[in-house]
Design a binder for this molecule. Structure first.
Ligand SMILES: [Zn+2]
Ligand SMILES: [Zn+2]
Length: 757
């Protein structure tokens, strides 16, 4: 007896386009003898499936558990429909259905099967743009949705008959792989003199002796150009630093393979997994074997990634060098260069050779950066291979635009209950970066059919992102910087309730006009209440203190000990030129260009400067980074602090640091004791607020939690005391996460308005 055939309409949403999902559905359908069809549309993937109840059940189960690695299913909805008695299963053309949008796949590192094909397939022997439905460029080449070849920068490359046959063959790994290409029909690398290379091996043979000889190469990557040189060659790196105007900032490296990575760096199981994941982020790892000093200039960690483009692999195959410096191809703080002509022009002045390729990068993305603490991966720059995957929210955020912060900017747009966060944009004060911001906003609006109704921005009126929000001519909502920080971490963890928020950060404008950044809040997504905060100190010279941490150190000492610091030798050593002293004191006394700051970042600056670890800073957050790197391990000591009303005072701590210095206690021990003090402060005030309110959830955010010692021990100590602790993982704890917090607060604001109507 023939079992009755039933028909179901299955809708799948999530990251299901550009990741080989339709061919996967096809294979699973054929395996289970299901008839019908599958199609991509801008709501996700739709399936019409016909079969016996048993077949349908197995089909669905296979869909759920066997999905491609880069896919992620958010929701599957099923309804019974009329059967059409299909005789086979087919993949249909893409459809553009409604105003809803689907997800755009982030870029995916080249897969093992493709690396194998490089040596096997005659039309792709050594072809450096090899890819398949499981790997290759996605967001960086996508201009519009649905994701089809014609809507990407692959459009100018007409498929050759062989590639076309693969593209159309349901059983081929390249079935409907939009960027599919071979050496006969696809993109090619291109040198300055316009020599074209479709043979990556030949190009690697040309470049490797140059790199080994100390030359600098500008090489076009997935989301922009890189500048590369030998990571063992101090002269080459220092030349690169000078030409790029990169001061002292540490440089990221690319390592040949995981075995070599384990030789050069300390690697936990979680870190190994992350390094090898298809997202291939830059991971901050502790050094084991030394590289050239100029790579990280005395810091004990390095940003490390593994090869992710086919050519990266080909290059390392030819090189006698296992580690390359791989820093973004830009000048100073400008956005990374994506255009070949511009690269030949601008990067030609930095690099000895510029290598582009003749496919356009439509969306610029930098490499993403992460670190692992307490066996959890924490993103501190969310860009390549993460963007534009959405962050799921618990409340409706449609039409909310969040402009973000200024220094480490990202913006975010709300679509239904999702936040789509932009790639890392950078410092908006740079004119080119501001153009990148405006252009990306336009692109996201078009790609995701976004029309803003509410613009959320920072309280700081001079942030260029704030001005941009005001220029949109729609309702705006200004949000305090650290409230946005805590809300960002709350949104990431789906929290919509009152929490204890600890924001330790560099700088953000407070509601009282002072600079905040050492904050203990009781807050939710609607409002916040400042309960305790770090003692505000004047910053003589205003913005100058970020480059000259000694100024902040002096301000703390002068505030706490007045003129008596003149008899302390170490305190006096701080000031580079004693002639400046009267003016400095006058500025502080009279409040001239000396804004008050309770920023944790400034406190870290001050201790780094006082101990001589870093008195002048050559890049953002150098002083706190060096202070962390100096920590002596297994040192349990700590300093005393006081509480006056709501203010946490560091008078006793600074007094004792000066004493420690006098008796010759090592800077490593002082650094450890200082960090331990802040960690204990976090515990003490979380406990005080729990006692007062009964709230047991503590949310940590702000740039200072990029300090791994601080994050690790704060989390552990709070957990031991029975708190539920939430810290950032998916979005950065620095200002790159601000946009998500603003968006969540904006969404809540709209929800409250509807309720109050
Ligand atoms: Zn592949
Ligand atoms: Zn071809």
């Amino acid at each position: 007896m023939k079992t009755a055939v039933r028909a179901q309409k299955i809708k799948i949403t999530g990251l299901v386009q550009g990741v080989g999902f339709r061919p996967f559905v096809y294979r699973v359908a054929v395996k289970n003898a299901i008839a019908g069809w599958v199609e991509n549309n801008n709501e996700g993937v739709s399936i019409h499936a016909e079969g016996s109840p048993r077949q349908l059940e197995q089909f669905l189960a296979d869909l759920k558990v066997q999905a491609p690695e880069a896919a992620s299913i958010r929701d599957i909805s099923i309804c019974e429909v009329q059967e059409h008695n299909y005789t086979d299963f087919q993949i249909q053309l893409s459809h553009n259905y409604s105003q809803l949008v689907t997800e755009v796949s982030p870029d995916i590192a080249v897969c093992i099967a493709c690396l194998h094909d490089l040596n096997q397939q005659t039309h792709r022997i050594n072809y450096p743009f090899i890819n398949c439905t499981n790997c290759g460029p996605r967001f960086t080449i996508t201009k519009a949705l649905p994701y089809d070849r014609d809507q990407t920068t692959m459009k100018p490359f007409a498929l050759c008959p062989v590639c076309k046959a693969e593209y159309k063959d349901l059983n081929d790994r390249r079935f409907h792989a939009q960027p599919v290409a071979c050496r006969h029909c696809g993109p090619a690398y291109q040198l300055q003199d316009s020599q074209l290379f479709t043979d990556g091996k030949a190009l690697a043979e040309l470049l490797s002796p140059q790199i080994e000889a100390g030359k600098i190469i500008a090489l076009k990557g997935l989301g922009g150009f890189h500048l590369i040189c030998n990571a063992h060659d101090n002269n080459a790196i220092s030349r690169l630093r000078q030409r790029k105007a990169r001061d002292g900032k540490p440089m990221a490296v690319m390592v040949k393979n995981i075995e070599k990575a384990a030789q050069y760096f300390q690697l936990s199981a979680t870190e190994k997994l992350q390094l090898e994941s298809w997202r291939r982020p830059i991971l901050l790892l502790k050094n084991k074997l030394p590289l050239a000093f100029e790579v990280s200039r005395g810091l004990n960690t390095t940003g490390v990634m593994l090869p992710y483009m086919p050519f990266h692999h080909q290059l390392f195959e030819k090189l006698n060098v296992d580690v390359l410096v791989m820093t973004s191809g830009n000048i100073a703080d400008e956005p990374v260069i994506i255009d070949d002509e511009e690269a030949f022009d601008k990067l030609g002045k930095i690099a000895d050779l510029v290598v582009g390729y003749n496919r356009a990068i439509h969306n610029r993305v930098d490499d993403s950066v992460a670190f692992v603490v307490n066996e959890k991966t924490r993103l501190i720059r969310r860009s390549r291979s993460f963007v534009p995957a959405p962050v799921q929210l618990t409340i409706e955020a449609e039409s909310v635009f969040a402009a973000g912060a200024e220094l480490v900017n990202t913006f975010a747009i709300g679509k239904a209950q999702q936040a789509i966060i932009s790639q890392h944009i950078g410092d908006l004060k740079n004119a080119e970066t501001l153009v990148f911001y405006e252009e990306s906003f336009k692109r996201f609006s078009a790609l995701f059919r976004f029309k803003p109704q509410l613009a959320v921005c920072d309280l700081h009126p001079d942030y260029l992102s704030t001005r941009f929000a005001h220029q949109l001519g729609i309702e705006t909502l200004e949000v305090q910087h650290h409230h946005a920080h805590i809300a960002s971490c709350m949104a990431e963890h789906g929290l919509d309730e009152k929490v204890i928020g600890i924001a330790l950060d560099g700088t953000g404008l407070g509601t009282n006009g002072a600079i905040w950044g050492g904050e203990y809040f009781i807050c939710d997504l609607s409002d916040f209440n400042r309960q305790y905060y770090f003692d505000p100190v004047p910053l003589p010279g205003g913005d100058k203190v970020t480059d000259q941490p000694w100024r902040t150190a002096f301000a703390y000492l002068y505030k706490y000990f007045g003129l008596s610091i003149f008899i302390d030798e170490n305190a006096m050593k701080l000031i580079p030129d004693q002639k400046d002293l009267p003016l400095l004191m006058q500025m502080i006394d009279q409040g001239i260009n000396s804004p008050l700051s309770s920023g944790a970042g400034r406190l870290f600056d001050a201790v780094a400067a006082l101990t001589g670890i870093c008195t002048q800073s050559s890049f953002h957050a150098e002083a706190p980074m060096r202070l962390e790197a100096a920590i002596k391990e297994n040192c349990q000591g700590k300093y005393l602090f006081e509480i006056e009303d709501q203010i946490i005072s560091f008078r006793k701590m600074f007094y004792k640091i000066l004493e420690d210095m006098k008796v010759g206690i090592s800077v490593g021990e002082i650094a450890a004791k200082f960090h331990n003090t802040i960690i204990v402060i976090n515990l003490k005030f979380a406990k005080a607020l729990r006692k007062k309110t009964g709230i047991n959830k503590v949310v940590l955010s702000g740039g200072s939690f990029q300090n791994r010692y601080l994050l690790e021990h704060t989390e552990n100590l709070l957990q031991k005391a029975g708190f539920e602790v939430f810290a950032h993982q998916k979005v950065p704890t620095n200002d790159g996460g601000i946009s998500l917090g603003q968006l969540a607060i904006g969404a809540k604001y709209l929800q409250n308005q509807i309720k109050n109507k």
